[in-house]
Design a protein around this ligand. Sequence first.
Ligand code: ACM
Ligand code: ZN
Length: 776
Amino acid sequence: MAFFQSKKWIAVYMVSLILSLWGCQSPQQTQDVAIIPQPLSMEKGSGTFSFSKETTIAVGNEEQRIIAENFASLFTLPAGFTPQVKTGQEGDIVFLTDNTMKSDAYELTVLPERITIKAADVKGFFYALQNLRLMLPPTIEGKEKTTDTWSIPSLTIKDAPRFNYRGFMLDVSRFFLPKEDLIRMIDCMAMLKINRLHLHLTDDNGWRLEIKKYPKLTEVGAWKVDRQNIPFPDRRNPKKGEPATIGGFYTQEDMKEIIRYAAERQVEIIPEIDVPAHSNAALASYPEFACPVVKDFIGVLPGLGAKNAEIIFCAGNEGTFDFLQNVLDEVMALFPSRYINLGGDEARKTNWKKCPLCQSRIHKEHLENEEELQGYFMARLSDYVRSKGKEVMGWDELTNSKLPEESIILGWQGYGNAALKAAAQGHRFIMTPARVAYLIRYQGPQWFEPMTYFGNNTLKGLFDYEPVQKDWKPEYEPLLMGVQACMWTEFCNTPEDVFYLTFPRLGALAEIAWVSKGTKNWNSFLKGLDNYNAHLACKGIRYAHSMFNIQHTITTETTGKLKVKLECERPDVEIRYTTDGTEPTSTSTLYEKELIIEKDTDIKAATFSQNKQMGELLVLPIHWNKATSKPFIHADAGMDILVNGLRGSLKYTDFEWYTGQLSKPISFTIDLQKPESMKQFTVGCITNYGMGVHKPRSLKVEVSNDNVTFTEIGKLTFTDKEIFKEGNFIENLSVETDEITGQFVKFTLESAGNCPEDHVRPEQPSKIYIDEVIIE
Ligand code: ACM
Ligand code: ZN
């Protein structure tokens, strides 16, 4: 990349950026060029081009006129003028069609007197305009009149994307995102040159698209009972007759408006009708298409659904296929996309195994088993879709049986590699690994994040992702259409929740989708991201600042000493901390290397840049007890955190919680290094009901002087009622005794076994998570 910039430009740029980081603010007079995704090549010139009420944009056709007018209309409120769009080749900004260029590619030349854009098609012109937009003051996104200077530095950009498919999946089933917010989301995607919006329109938790032939899909299927004040996994199923008040749907007219808005921004909307599973909303509306063995009330699920999630479309009933084909007819007529996604994920076959209709289908079609029945089901619908001239996409579970002909597979499991089974059969595929690209996961240190699922998928983790792996066969890469981030909305109750989880990580997805292999640069990406975020702020979009937060790790250095590591994924901030109880400021001690501590210490830390605090205040109250920093006899990996003097948060995945293997009791022995007098033995333990995380059945404490002969000091045993409590809370399980002396203390925690029938996770193994051992 040829990109020249002076130090002065960088300095001025950084100041203006920091000012604009948290709200919509006018930058200082000068701005530098900071665009994501990073263009292929960018060469700076001298001088600037200024927009004014005299500025004209000359376009070549109607398609170009639309994108130019949308761009010009950005100026109307904040600048108080609107550049004029006209047809021809005479203007201050000129579109020149060059048919020798590739679709999506563009050349943008900004001179003080003229801007020229060359591209083969409207896509290239649109992407060049997004660059102009990102080079303008972020207040261009706002509705307030400002006194900003609407100028752009001279430069030449030559650009083209790595992948044709640059995708974002949005789950509007778990949380219905109103039309206006969906439209805002599309504009934010388009600014990043993301060109596919995969809309997950149907699931157990809501059917979101009007289907004229089947009005109950939205009269019934779009509404669930109100359990909003309870975390998604903890929510109980609806009872028959319980009012269903939460939800919404897009009418076909709404969807036409959304599709048109997206098309003008070069975003193709790919509808997903997820079958045969994730279908409780459809089956709540038309229960006749569930297997007849299902006798339970079928409702739109507010949560995971427990056994009701096993209720799926009956594959033996001809009516199911008529129904779904009729639905698909309306979907295919509505969406101009050549792709239809049929889902196919996570279909549990419990009812198919018991259903006489499904079993008779297996017999008649000479299928081996229920897995092959899903293959039949998907192939039949896929053939129908293909007969209408469309192509089929689906999740990687489609590889579990014969793949529908020509289907395109989205790899989400096993780091996305589940899609390689499809690639090996010559199918095209898209990588969307859950472990990197699922935006539902935590985006930063969990102590600061709103409650969600599983582990961390940080901005940096997504940025670092390279879809093409070294061990791939050479024939796979040409079949890779691109990459996608998926925003599942189980934990969203407001549009702001959706935007918070999506941004800024969608910027990292755009970067890996656009930038040529091996040319990403984290530092320049962050500059472009800060600029993009400033535009989001001016659009009134909530985005996360998690990249400025500190992740801590506290481990045993040597007996009696703990090592405290503080990390932030932003290399351009300083971590500053205190140990005297005061809040850190920009002049507090600079964190340069791991801290070694040997007594009770309250560490407070935050990140700073240009004298401004950038992230949340991290407070680490580290408290010593007799077990702290002592060694284990045969420690399992990760046990260290049990003696690191720090308690965990209410998130059992925050890296302060230890869990063992499901099949075995958790058992460990701590060597206190010398005989100690003791009378209380405590283990910190967390309950997260919805995730099946519970107390142990029992906790036994034994003490020894020689690590050979142990004496049982006490044992706590809990009943099911005590163990399987609802909620998310931390308990101290303490065994107390008269003062005794010993050097080795052994703890044994036995599993509570499977969650009971009336649990939201019936018959699933309960898990134990513990954060600290406290011996006093
Ligand atoms: C999926 O995450 N079930 C595709
Ligand atoms: Zn059936």
